[in-house]
Write a protein that binds this ligand. Sequence first.
Ligand code: SAM
Length: 162
Amino acid sequence: MSRLESFINRMTAQKILLEHVAEVIGDVTGPILELGLGNGRTYDHLRQIFPGCEIFAFDRVLVAHPACIPDAHHMIFGEIRETLAFCAPRIGGPAAFVHCDLGSGDPTMDLATGAWLAPMIVQVLQPGGHVLSGLELGHDSLETLALPPQIRPGRYFHYRKT
Ligand code: SAM
């Protein structure tokens, strides 16, 4: 598969899965956390499909499209390993949904990131809250959910906190 095809598949999977979570999340309440604002594409889609929900975006740098930059209160700058553990007073309550788009493309780095990230996500997530992640997040409190049939297993991961 060419890198172009892989990129298209990743974007397609993100759109399908974000919309899938919007359908199945039901009455779980709380803010949405976007881990990795990047260009702001998935942030922009989240605010379109979750109208009225508070969305907090995390990143160490600001490289987003000017139309996709959250206001200062909703943009949490810094290393996620340092900021996520201390975001509770700012986000105002446990999250309903965490979207995590932090894959580096390096399998060893991604394993290391998943190891520190999984328990931190569990800490900020509402029971019954959902996680979509490009990285596998093994944790006893995260139940793995089936992906829609269009998504190749292993491309993305969908979890719910037990
Ligand atoms: N979801 C974004 C979009 O649709 O445009 C793309 C996100 S991009 C793949 C990943 C982003 O995560 C980058 O902007 C990078 O700076 C940020 N990032 C990766 N690891 C991070 C970390 N440990 N702490 C803070 N930001 C991180």
